[in-house]
Design a protein around this ligand. Structure first.
Ligand code: KG4
Ligand code: ZN
Length: 360
């Protein structure tokens, strides 16, 4: 089954073609990130306007790439998948309305996809041995931090999530406080690496940030306090007058990354212990973080479970994961009734089956 995936939940305009939920035949992404860098965050209206400009060229490019990488010269597609939520409403509308139009014009099934599930199914792409289930899934993106149990039949149970800021949001806001730029995760990772690899690591100058909710007996997270603790340190910069601004930033970046990755690793492993799973799957932009990957790998290799980590380019937003999710969760809807849902979360109340609900 060949699925054309469309993803426009945030600032990316993406289209991809995936065969049987696993083989990527084309994966095209256009991002307005460089524009948004100037403002330290996303301006939703601007993101949506860029998506209107690029959606058709991006889909065309994906179909062209597919013709080159596969023998499918006529560009035959079996179904169209689209991210229906969560995300920015203006951005989601661009993808959803485009997908609806294509579904109507070409009489192809239309499959709505929960973007958060997309981050999980990134782990099913380009593999010969698929992850064994049940699995614990950690979804860590700019807007979400969720721990889930994925059952053998691909249903999900929500175990916990952030009570306030998401891990990615914490990276982004801390980076902004340090004046490091946007998006925060990659710049904090880079600054932390400079601290760790340079002489600075051995200078006796440490800061300790809290590990919020780490030892609480639940699977919830909270990152807003961490952000406040960073702000307090930034305001007390004078105490670190022996350090240059760059050294100070690197030191803080290191500790921010340690705090976030410690909490995420600890709670994920607690869930593994409790549910006796066979695999751990991570996804979302923050899953690209090298330190987090290393810590999870170190813990998982001592256990009879396998850690799945998508390549960095499949952690951040893309449409290949949308097409893969549509294949595994295949729930087509009539195009007339599909509306984007900006707050389509992994809700606690939807404890057994998180397939998105659409009124038909
Ligand atoms: O999944 P994603 O691309 O978009 C959302 O669905 O939100 O995630 C974006 C988030 C941003 O907060 C960004 O700072 C973070 O992922 N991120 C990282 C890294 N790369 C992206 N966080 C930590 N380390 C990274 N290397
Ligand atoms: Zn995402």
């Amino acid at each position: 089954m060949i699925i054309l995936g469309i993803e426009t939940s945030c600032d990316e305009t993406a289209a991809a073609v995936v065969e049987n939920g696993q083989k990527i035949l084309a994966n095209v992404i256009s991002s307005s990130e460089s524009f948004h860098k100037r403002f330290g965050g996303i301006i939703p209206e601007k993101a949506a306007r860029e998506q209107i400009k690029y959606i058709i060229p991006v889909i065309n490019q994906a179909l062209k790439e597919m013709a080159v990488t596969s023998k499918n010269q006529r560009g035959l597609i079996d179904a169209i998948a689209v991210t229906a939520g969560p995300g920015l409403i203006g951005s989601l509308l661009v993808g959803v309305e485009t997908a609806k139009t294509l579904s109507f014009l070409f009489q192809k099934p239309l499959i709505p996809v929960n973007h958060l599930m997309g981050h999980i199914y990134a782990n099913f792409l380009e593999l010969t041995n698929l992850p064994q289930l049940p699995a614990i899934c950690l979804v860590v993106s700019g807007g979400h931090t969720d721990l889930l149990l994925m059952n053998k039949n691909h249903t999900f149970k929500h175990l916990g999530g952030t009570r306030d800021d998401a891990a990615g949001e914490c990276f982004d806001k801390c980076a902004r406080m340090l004046g490091l730029g946007y998006p925060g995760g990659p710049v904090i990772q880079k600054a932390a690496f400079k601290f760790h690899s340079g002489k600075q690591a051995i200078i006796n100058c440490k800061v300790k940030l809290p590990r919020p909710m780490m030892y609480e007996k639940n699977f919830d997270f909270s990152f807003s306090g961490l952000k406040t603790a960073v702000l307090t340190l930034v305001r007390s910069k004078k105490k670190f007058s022996h350090l240059s601004i760059q050294q100070f930033n690197n030191l803080l970046a290191f500790e921010i990354q340690e705090a976030i990755s410690d909490v995420l690793t600890y709670k994920t492993l607690k869930a593994v212990e409790k549910f006796q799973v066979k695999s751990v799957l991570i996804g979302g932009g923050v899953a690209a973080n090298q330190r987090l990957r290393k810590k999870l790998q170190a813990k998982c290799q001592k256990l009879p479970i396998k850690l799945f980590v998508p390549p960095a380019k499949l952690c951040t937003d893309n449409a290949a994961v949308t097409a893969a999710t549509a294949f595994f969760q295949n729930q087509p809807v009539n195009w007339r009734y599909l509306k984007p849902n900006p707050s389509l979360y992994f809700l606690k109340s939807l404890s057994t089956n998180l397939k998105p609900k659409y009124s038909a």
